[in-house]
Design a protein around this ligand. Structure first.
Ligand code: HSE
Length: 436
């Protein structure tokens, strides 16, 4: 049996997981790959004795791995977008195939990398970059290749999902749960990327590019995080039969493509609402199959290693047999990646949850509902909470029917100007996830 030599750059959480799974499942992986997968060179600044053997080469400078003539596949698990980019470009120029779990790098610099990979006729694979262990890239690019994809909606940041789940089920405070997510290794090196939606936007950019053959572009994605969410909105949503989730949504409409990451109310009856803790799930709606759901661990050592190794095995078959699958990184040739109109957030149409604080006087509520009626907003549900002792204002919660965000914002501005309304309204989008 032939041997495929791996250069493993980075022996942290994911790199350690890759080594451990390759070792534990060596027999079944080599049977499936048709070759021995050997980690023959590791790039690390601190040696983990469990991840090396007497014959393993070790380099502190990962670029040496990209130049090692024995290496077939360079696995980039060092993270960041600077040294990792240099490593990958050097690997490609030295004729190596590349596997990476680096979503920030693919989302921000993917085009430069893919162009170079095409030139040097090597493969760059990145299954682990989105949703950890869930094989969503392969599913979109290969399993669903026959389908016109209508929309995708996913819980694609485990840290945010963990925080929202704990706030909802255990009434815990945002900051306290974030600290736990950091300790458990779910969060990014800079956890603000998790809670402000950056991580989810990078993942959505990759998914949308594959699904709709559009350029990778995080800047065109509307982004909102979870830090501003109030526990009482989570409670009111629950009273109304909804769960608050942080979603990444990509949807094709006749007028353009919606690309957005933000918190949203999801019906409690929808499968996505039951995806709790650090788990990820992506719902894909397409023409031939209909709706399908991909669910599993979106972060962590061995779940992410599972995807990294899947890419290694795919490439190893090519290395040993030159049996080119013809699969392109984004599913189609670069020339076929086309700019399409991305809708600004004001032009999306969806339902909304509104909460405003209102003085409990006769006619106050009807003034607010009249504003909505004049603008053409239909109210689906409305609740006025009882006035707490010693407080003059009551919470009013409204669920609207589908309306363009522009019109909703106009109504909110007018309601906020009413004398009886105190402070700003809280607005959370609501996704029924049942419409094309
Ligand atoms: N910080 C990420 C998350 C890890 O919480 O989902 C996986 O990308």
């Amino acid at each position: 049996m032939k041997t495929v030599n791996i250069g493993l750059c980075g022996l942290g959480t994911v790199g350690g997981g890759v080594y451990a799974v390759l070792k534990r499942n060596a027999a079944l992986i080599s049977a499936r790959a048709g070759s021995n997968i050997l980690v023959s060179h590791v790039g690390t600044r601190s040696i983990n004795p469990r991840c090396v053997t007497a014959s393993t080469k070790i380099s502190r400078d990962v670029v040496q791995i990209s130049e090692d003539p024995d290496i077939h596949i360079v696995v980039e698990l060092i993270g960041g977008t600077s040294a990792a980019f240099d490593l990958i470009m050097s690997a490609i120029r030295n004729g190596k195939h590349v596997v990476t779990a680096n979503k920030a790098l693919i989302a921000e610099r993917g085009p430069e990398i893919f162009v170079e990979a095409e030139k040097y006729e090597v493969i760059v694979a990145f299954e682990a970059a989105v949703a950890g262990g869930i094989p969503i890239i392969k599913a979109l690019r290969e399993g669903l290749v026959a389908n016109d994809i209508h929309w995708m909606a996913g819980i694609i940041n485990g840290t945010s999902n963990f925080i929202l789940s704990e706030m909802s089920s255990k009434k815990r405070k945002f900051q306290e749960v974030l600290e736990e997510a950091k300790e458990k290794g779910y969060a990014e090196a800079d956890p603000s990327f998790d809670v402000d939606g950056t991580d989810a936007a990078q993942k959505l950019a990759i998914l949308a590019s594959i699904a709709f053959s559009i350029p990778l572009n995080t800047k065109s994605i509307f982004k909102e995080g979870i830090a501003h969410l109030q526990p009482r909105d989570i409670e009111y949503a629950s009273e109304l039969g909804y769960v608050v989730k942080h979603l990444g949504i990509a949807r094709q409409k006749p007028t353009g493509i919606q690309l957005r990451v933000h918190p949203a109310l999801v019906p409690a009856s929808c499968l996505l609402s039951s995806v709790d803790n650090v788990l990820n799930a992506i719902m894909v709606d397409c023409d031939a199959l209909g709706s399908t759901l991909f669910y599993g661990r979106g972060a962590g050592s061995e779940p992410t290693a599972s995807s990294v190794i899947a890419d290694i095995v795919d490439i190893s078959r090519f290395v040993t047999t030159s049996n080119v699958s013809g699969t392109r990184p984004l599913g189609v040739k670069f020339a076929d990646i086309k700019n399409k109109k991305i809708l600004p957030i004001e032009q999306i149409e969806t339902c909304y949850y509104l909460r405003f604080s209102m003085h409990d006087t006769p006619g106050a509520l009807s003034k607010a509902t009249s504003i909505m009626a004049e603008i053409g907003i239909s109210i689906e549900a409305i609740i006025q909470k009882e006035q707490p002792l010693g407080i003059d204002y009551v919470d009013v919660i409204v669920i609207t029917n589908s309306i363009m965000e522009l019109h909703l914002s106009l109504a909110v501005r007018k309601i906020e100007q009413l004398e009886t309304v105190q402070g700003d309204a809280t607005v959370i989008r609501l996704e029924r996830l049942d419409q094309v």
